[in-house]
Design a protein around this ligand. Structure first.
Ligand code: ASP
Length: 582
């Protein structure tokens, strides 16, 4: 028997009993006549004591030599600690060791395995198995487990069943590139790894499963923007005989349950905002509504003077930055430089300082008087002591730029508090999105999304104006879930494929199986998918998803621990009938 108890288990009530523990040597303090060892496992730390008076000399000598992270087994008596440690759950006791076995030695770890480590990201990822021993990482994985379990229980109680769908499939159009897997048995042919189980979950509805969910890996080969992973996990769901309202209610319930369970808060009914409104008020389809700083469109107020920059702009839009009215010249210049960075891309920024005495000082005083500026301030909701930042230009770009500035400044002002949760639904997304490069429309969500009732004929006249039965669940500025009511008849699906530029043959080739299925009594259905990694990170009050994933990949999509991706030998390539052309 390796252990009678874990290292987090022994308490005052165990005093006088014997115990066997196994774990890692976390820390060692050698006072000469006494040696203390902190023994660690997943459950906690127990202090071991070896001393001159009560332990045999050989045992004391052996203990003294123990290196960090050595795996040992000890047996001894649970005794009361002379100086108790109230910060440790096991802090009232220690184990007076009578037997010590070294189970496995350890090299010196390349970074300290403490809560605060000296190890940088690269070295931590290379030795992730050591990093996992640290509390902050371990606790995040346990938290993820608890969230996933809660999701499973909640959905299961609502009659959802978890069904696994295959990983070796044909392309699913979620807007990214596919990861491909060559088929040895079918030379020249490839599987694609699922970008999501989209078509399968719809087929499960045709199959009568009624309510499906799956906590499932998805794979998207895209250039990795910050904090994205090429493989990630979704809580994927689909329901039959539902309208949008049913889905929103069901998954608002799940989200509310998680917030209550993990934070003891009930955010009440989630606000709903149309896509158009979100773009106009926040310049973003996933607005962070933990704080205000809403957009105020200033065209009517600002386009009647001689300031040609504003006069020629499609949109003039401002935000009030609370308490920033005392920014220095230098700070304002830095802000202008910030919006001009290529990542943001604004040409410049106009500012108005709302002075405490009720007067205004702006970078465009030459063109606008105090009364004009007072009107701007009113429109933006700016009061004395605030700063107004105004951007102008083409509508879509300017909104994106101001949204970036809004988020940046809110971050600097501490308004994006991780312990505050502000969920909302964004609804009525456009069905199609124009690709600026190709000039072609593609599905904003995916091509199986149903247009809003009665909008199908608008597809011919004004495709960009058609709204979809699509919705996103947004939490603290992150899209944590998204889904739609689906098309469930062959004709509509075919029409939409046509609008997306598929010839009937191409549509048949890629999605014939789905359109065939729709001819055999497909029920009306719809669904949603949550990004589990992000959801868990937000619930855990963290910005980054990385430590909520046991073995994440780096920004180049590499696993630096196992060193993947890697070249494969020519025999293996030959078996797959692949010749490299590098
Ligand atoms: N398949 C979609 C996605 O991965 C979600 C959905 O429509 O249910 O974003």
């Amino acid at each position: 028997m390796y252990r009678t108890n874990t290292c987090g288990e022994l308490r005052e009530t165990h005093i006088g009993t014997r115990a066997i523990l196994s774990g890692w040597v976390h820390r060692l303090r050698d006072k000469g006549f006494v040696v203390w060892v902190d023994l660690r496992d997943r459950y906690g730390i127990t202090q071991l004591v070896f001393d001159q008076e009560r332990s045999p000399k050989e045992l004391l000598d052996l203990a003294r030599e123990l290196g960090r992270e050595t795996v040992i087994q000890v047996q001894g008596e649970v005794i009361e600690r002379a100086s108790k440690n109230p910060n440790l759950p096991t802090g009232d006791i220690e184990l007076l060791v009578t037997e010590l076995t070294v189970l496995n030695k350890s090299l010196t770890p390349p970074f300290t395995l403490e809560d605060q480590t000296d190890g940088g990201e690269d070295i931590r990822m290379k030795y992730r198995y050591l990093d996992l021993r640290r509390n902050p990482v371990k606790d995040k994985l346990i938290f993820r487990h608890r969230v996933a379990l809660e999701v499973r229980n909640y959905l299961s109680k609502l009659d959802f069943i978890e069904v696994e769908t295959p990983y070796l499939i044909k392309s699913t159009p979620e807007g990214a590139r596919d990861f491909l897997v060559p088929s040895r048995m079918n030379p020249g042919q490839f599987y694609a790894l699922p970008q999501s189980p989209q078509t399968f979950k719809q087929l499960l509805m045709v199959g009568g499963m009624d309510k499906y969910y799956q906590i499932v890996k998805c794979f998207r080969d895209e250039d990795l923007r910050a904090d994205r992973q090429p493989e990630f996990t979704q809580i994927d769901c689909e329901m039959a005989f539902v309208e949008q309202e049913d889905i929103l209610n069901c998954f608002e319930g799940l989200t509310r349950h998680l917030l209550r369970e993990f934070h003891g808060i009930d955010p009440g009914e989630f606000p709903r905002m149309t896509y158009d409104e979100a773009m106009a008020r926040y310049g973003n389809d996933k607005p962070d509504i933990r704080f205000g700083m809403e957009f105020a469109e200033l065209n009517a107020l600002a386009q009647h003077r001689d300031f040609s920059v504003f006069n020629t702009a499609e949109l003039v839009v401002g935000i009030a930055v609370p308490g920033a009215g005392d920014y220095t010249r230098k700070e304002l210049d830095a802000l202008v430089d910030w919006v001009k960075r290529p990542q943001v891309g604004a040409k410049g920024m106009v500012h108005v300082k709302c002075n405490p005495d009720g007067s205004y000082k702006s970078s465009v005083d030459k063109f606008y008087g105090q009364e004009d500026l007072a009107q701007w301030a009113e429109a933006c909701g700016a009061g004395p002591g605030d700063l107004i930042c105004v951007l102008s230009g083409a509508t879509a770009q300017t909104r994106t730029q101001l949204s970036a500035l809004r988020m940046e400044l809110a971050g600097r002002l501490g308004l994006r508090r991780p312990d505050e949760f502000a969920p909302l639904w964004v609804v009525d997304f456009p069905l199609l999105e124009l690709d600026g490069e190709t000039g072609r429309y593609h599905a904003m969500h995916h091509p199986f999304t149903a247009p809003k009732a009665g909008q199908l004929e608008l597809l011919e006249r004004d495709p960009g104006a058609v709204k979809a039965n699509a919705y996103d669940l947004v939490l603290n500025g992150n899209e944590i879930g998204g889904g739609s009511i689906r098309i469930h008849d062959k004709q509509t699906q075919q029409t939409l494929f046509g609008h997306l530029g598929f010839s009937p043959e191409q549509a048949r080739e890629q999605f014939g199986f789905l359109m065939d299925a729709f001819q055999y009594g497909a029920p009306p259905h719809g669904g949603i998918a949550f990004g589990l990694d992000r959801l868990v990170a937000i619930l855990g009050g963290q910005e980054s998803i990385r430590d909520f994933i046991a073995f994440p990949k780096n920004n180049n999509g590499r696993d630096v621990m196992i060193d993947a991706p890697a070249a494969i030998d020519s025999d293996q390539l030959g078996e797959l009938h692949i010749k490299l052309d590098l």
